[in-house]
Design a protein around this ligand. Structure first.
Ligand code: KIV
Length: 250
């Protein structure tokens, strides 16, 4: 059975989604773009991630596993610092921490696993490297980068990583990695052959009106529903229709 991962950033949504067949809530650093109004994930801090991880853990009545992203500059340069930050996310309620990168972050990966913490890897399109790669572009289109992807995935598996998110890569590249690994891959824009799928909840629920990446399927149109409700509320207040009899204390 495929693994179902979905981003979640707050307590109410965690409670709503607790019994919907989601295996893992990802408290993604996409909270930066999706909820905090940043243009990418780079400004997201450890404090932001702890705050949102605690909220999701409080709302998680169904006891879905929680993965928390380690934000930019919280793990790349210093393995001891990385393990300390990973512990803080676990203390906030996460079952896993997620890190972007392969061979270049191996010291941090080993230090975190050495501290008894489970890791989800993240390869392919890595949003924390957006400035280095020059935008949200599909990765691993050439042989050399596919080879590096596979090598990095194997290194992460050998280091003891529990699963690997593969983002923004051609389906056949994700298939090759998935077939070579014993641990599951979780795809986002990586086609059908991964061991599971992850989407940003606000994408999947249709909260963004203007832009829909090709890999996203909208299962609802919440933007439309929310705007319609707000317009109706505004109209009814202005016209004195709301509050009605049933909304009044006598
Ligand atoms: O932060 C996030 O939402 C993610 C997903 C895109 C996998 O890392």
């Amino acid at each position: 059975m495929k693994i179902v991962m979905l981003t979640c950033y707050d307590a109410l949504t965690a409670t709503l989604l607790a019994d919907c067949g989601i295996d893992v809530f990802l408290v993604g650093d996409s909270v930066g773009n999706v909820k905090l109004g940043y243009k990418n994930t780079l400004p997201v801090t450890m404090d932001d991630m702890i705050h949102h991880t605690k909220a999701v853990a409080r709302g998680n009545v169904g006891k879905v596993k929680i993965a928390a992203d380690m934000p930019y500059k919280s793990y790349e340069d210093n393995a001891t610092f990385a393990a300390e930050n990973a512990k803080k996310l676990i203390a906030a309620g996460a079952d896993y921490v997620k890190l972007e990168g392969g061979r270049e972050i191996m010291d941090s990966v080993k230090a975190i696993i050495g501290a008894g913490i489970k890791i989800i890897g993240h390869l392919g399109l890595m949003p924390q490297s957006i400035e280095k790669i020059g935008g949200y572009k599909i990765q691993c289109r050439d042989e050399e980068s596919r080879k590096k992807l596979l090598e990095d995935a194997i290194l992460l598996e050998q280091a003891g990583v529990s699963m690997i998110v593969l983002e923004g890569i051609p389906e056949d590249a994700a298939k090759t990695v998935t077939e070579k690994l014993k641990i599951p891959t979780i795809g986002i824009g990586a086609g059908r052959y991964c061991g599971g799928q992850v989407l940003v909840s606000d994408d999947m629920l249709g909260m963004f009106e203007t832009f829909k990446p090709k890999f996203v399927k909208r299962y609802a149109n919440l933007a439309g529903v929310i705007k319609q409700a707000a317009k109706q509320y505004s109209k009814e207040v202005k016209e004195g229709i709301f509050p009605e009899e049933e909304n009044i204390y006598k």
